[in-house]
Design a protein around this ligand. Structure first.
Ligand SMILES: [Fe+2]
Ligand SMILES: [Fe+2]
Length: 470
């Protein structure tokens, strides 16, 4: 079961060849995907050999196999975690019933919507990052970018497999649509806001993989609990890939901070810009932007959709097994709501607060990243400390989007916001400065001025290994 059949056009561990109709449908989608990759994936580097990892089986030691491959020849495939015999639904109204191997008719539309929304983020991020290869700070970083890109492509495959297998004709239409929407396109945008934001420099890329991919992690954790077993098994395997994306983000921002610390230490009292590093304040503003935008991805604070998804057994809580009780009935979640321009305390029915429950986990995880970055400052005896903006800061979705809040979450006037916003979010000048640093450094063993080299390379290779053959 765990072995992956690479002799097939589409590598898979789901015995695709035993279902000829499905196999044909996916083999028809495959060239459209490749065409999308070539026109909307990373520009220009499709002919280069890149040191990438790919799955050879879904076992702990089998899914990370490394070798040189040209990106369009990456073996995108369909990998699900093995089925657990007798798995039961672990939460909601169907708690204790057998997990579904087919889509329950009454939940078909909700389930399709969940899968399409997740699926849409995957190609969106590849589109957002498509130009970054041209300004990579090192071969190591270039390789990491491409690793993230091919895996987001694979995540699209994961969702398309579910659509094709379980949703018939409308599933196939949705799979086509996933290749048609375009990040940032005014007429045909991607579904969720953050996935239409431009990601044009590497500080943004590192913040994106830190904060936006981490939203992905938590969405996958909730879907990994799903009563719809094929979705749960797909998402469990996707999570193993997602961990690397957040590693790229956390250590990436960390290396930018480290470089600034080094420059400040060597040149006390001077503007780090003179030495091609990025001021701490600008790094903090990028953190503020990408973390707040990604916080929006969890949706409204009080949500009947989230209650429905939970009741139906489609979307659980992250780490559902850590809870003592799995029906979430007759319980409340206490929160500060923002109603008619005022913050008011309210105890909300727990099922309606599931987005907020998940956002709590997300914020906690982000705080660990902030602590990691502050340890770098400490190591260099630099007094600067990073912080995570309050979840109410700079929101575009949910109740708090109706007001203005500072970094600590205090309500402020529009006037104060306008006065302070240039201290909190990247200004045009900040972005111009960061972009001015984005010059490719693609010689073996060299690195750009604004980022420290990685402490170690990929898969025990040296940090200055020739990860991409140019
Ligand atoms: Fe993904
Ligand atoms: Fe990701």
């Amino acid at each position: 079961m765990a072995g992956i059949d690479y002799s097939q056009k589409i590598p898979n561990n789901v015995e695709l060849s035993s279902d000829k109709r499905l196999q044909r449908a996916l083999e028809e989608w495959q060239p459209n995907y490749i065409e999308w990759w070539k026109s909307m994936g990373p520009t220009d580097f499709n002919m280069n050999d890149v040191y990438l990892r790919t799955a050879v089986s879904v076992d702990a030691d089998g899914w990370a196999h490394y070798g040189f491959v040209k990106m369009p020849e990456y073996r995108w495939g369909i990998f699900l975690e093995p089925q657990q015999a007798g798995r039961k639904i672990g939460f909601g109204d169907h708690m204790g019933e057998d997990a579904w191997q087919q889509v329950p008719g009454e939940y078909r539309n909700w389930l399709r919507r969940l899968i399409v929304t997740q699926g849409d983020t995957e190609p969106a991020s590849v589109e957002q990052q498509r130009l970054l290869g041209h300004t990579a700070p090192s071969l190591y970083d270039l390789r990491n970018l491409f690793q993230v890109n091919v895996e987001e492509g694979r995540h699209l495959w994961a969702m398309v497999y579910l659509l094709h297998t379980y949703f018939g004709r409308d599933g196939r239409e949705e799979a086509e649509e996933l290749l048609q929407r375009r990040s940032g396109n005014a007429d045909h945008p991607r579904i969720l806001g953050t996935f239409n934001e431009p990601c044009e420099d590497w500080l943004s890329f590192f913040c994106f993989t830190m904060f936006t991919d981490r939203d992905g992690k938590f969405q996958l954790l909730t879907l990994a609990e799903s009563g719809f077993d094929p979705l749960a098994r797909t998402c469990r395997f996707m999570l193993t890939e997602e961990a690397h994306h957040m590693f790229v983000g956390q250590t990436g921002v960390g290396r930018v901070i480290e470089r600034t610390c080094q420059v400040m230490k060597e040149n006390p009292g001077q503007d780090v810009r003179k030495f091609g590093a990025i001021p701490m304040e600008i790094i903090q503003k990028y953190i503020n932007f990408w973390s707040s935008s990604s916080t929006d991805l969890f949706g409204a604070e009080v949500s009947s959709n989230s209650a429905n998804f939970f009741s139906a057994g489609l979307k659980g809580r992250a780490y559902e097994e850590r809870y003592e009780e799995h029906k979430a009935l007759d319980q409340t979640y206490s929160m500060e709501r923002f109603l008619e321009g005022k913050l008011v305390h309210e105890d909300v029915a727990l099922r309606n607060a599931m987005n907020e429950v998940l956002r709590d986990e997300y914020v906690k995880d982000n705080q660990k990243g902030i602590a990691y970055w502050n340890r770098i400052c400490e190591k260099y005896e630099n007094p600067f400390r990073f912080s995570l903006p309050h979840r109410r800061f700079n929101r575009k979705i949910g109740e708090y989007s109706a007001g203005r809040f500072d970094l600590e979450g205090h309500q402020i006037s529009e006037h104060t916001w306008n006065q302070k916003v240039s201290e909190w979010l990247p200004t045009v000048e900040d972005k111009i400065y960061v972009k001015s640093l984005m010059k490719p450094v693609l010689e073996k063993g060299k690195i750009a001025s604004w980022v420290a080299p990685p402490p170690k390379g990929v898969n025990d290779q040296p940090a200055d290994y020739e990860y991409v053959k140019l």
